[in-house]
Design a protein around this ligand. Structure first.
Ligand code: NAD
Length: 292
């Protein structure tokens, strides 16, 4: 190439690179988010919040039926080109890697990971079988590790930083009666987030935690054995439990999936650019209150 032309090309490439590195506007436009447990109550509310702000969203879940119906609703609202679904069991290493490959094909990468897929299953310690203990650890602790490890790999290659949000639980900070397996698994998510925040800081990957208190409405967790177990522990039904959580909170309000989505939005957006390794408790003031 003639000297001037080579110089022009080099200059143009540098300008392009600079443009790519410029701070993005305070919205999620142009970002790609992967939401695990995206077919569930908190996951789908978070996906909807991100889509409202211009992100593309990949919903990942093991429940194909629920995935299809969530996809149907969200693509009806926002268009089928900005939201897709992938079957991903977060406990299966190969399934996680394959799903990330699929996201690369569909959307070209991942800027935001919401690790949210979960269950709630527990019992008094003497009735906690090894299977029950391992189930909590596999999905909540190992699952969060596997999806984050893959996110780190992708985000490092993209070299554009990234945001990882863990939907953990108030129960990862405070003990809950007859729920040692769930509480311990959730505590490990929170500490994993702190460790990853430290590692990610070097490459602009922020890792933060949203801790919901009980979200009874819209959550499938509160339809299964967790509801039965909590109802047994506190001697009341679903409405009674919601009332109990509401009453013992400082604000005397119930927490909804949309409330968790809003906190997950804050940690995804550039408004939280200087937050990492942090926690927001979305609990109506329950964690800090001694009112029970
Ligand atoms: P949900 O049951 O409505 O959604 C959870 C989703 O995760 C479901 O769609 C389920 O199919 C999916 N999932 C389960 N195992 C999976 C796996 N191995 N791989 C991929 N997907 C899997 O429940 P939710 O209330 O929306 O819960 C979301 C997260 O919030 C969970 O991590 C839960 O522990 C946490 N959380 C919930 C509450 C609450 O009261 N609802 C409180 C604190 C924390």
């Amino acid at each position: 190439l003639p000297e001037q032309e080579a110089f022009d090309i080099e200059y143009w490439l540098l300008e392009e690179a600079k443009l790519q590195r410029m701070p993005k506007p305070k919205s999620l436009a142009g970002r790609v988010a992967l939401v695990t447990g995206g077919a569930g109550g908190i996951g789908s509310a978070t996906a909807e919040r991100y889509l409202q702000d211009g992100a593309c969203v990949m919903l990942a879940d093991i429940n194909d039926e629920a995935l299809a119906s969530t996809l149907d609703i969200l693509s009806g609202q926002f268009g089928s080109d900005v939201v897709r679904q992938v079957n991903m069991d977060v406990t299966n290493e190969n399934a996680v890697t394959t799903a990330y490959a699929e996201i690369a094909v569909e959307f070209g990468g991942v800027d935001i990971l919401v690790s949210n897929a979960g269950i709630a299953s527990s019992a008094p310690v003497e009735d906690t079988s090894l299977d029950l203990w391992n189930k909590n650890m596999d999905i909540l602790s190992t699952g969060y590790f596997l999806v984050s490890r893959e996110a780190f790999k992708v985000m490092r290659v993209q070299d554009m930083g990234g945001a990882i949000i863990f939907v953990a639980s108030k129960n990862g900070l405070a003990a809950s009666l007859n729920a040692s397996a769930y509480c311990t698994a959730k505590a490990s998510e929170i500490h994993l987030a702190r460790c990853l925040a430290l590692e990610g800081a070097e490459v602009g990957i922020r890792v933060n935690v949203v801790n919901p208190d009980a979200v009874l409405r819209g959550s499938k967790i509160w339809e299964g054995d967790w509801l039965e177990q909590r109802a047994g522990t506190y001697g009341t039904d679903k409405d009674g439990l919601e009332e109990m959580y509401r009453k013992r909170s400082m604000l005397k309000r119930s927490v909804l999936p949309e409330d968790i989505a809003e906190a997950a939005y804050f940690f995804a957006a550039d408004t939280s650019a200087k937050s990492t390794g942090n926690i927001i408790n979305v609990d109506a003031g329950n964690v800090q209150a001694f009112t029970r």
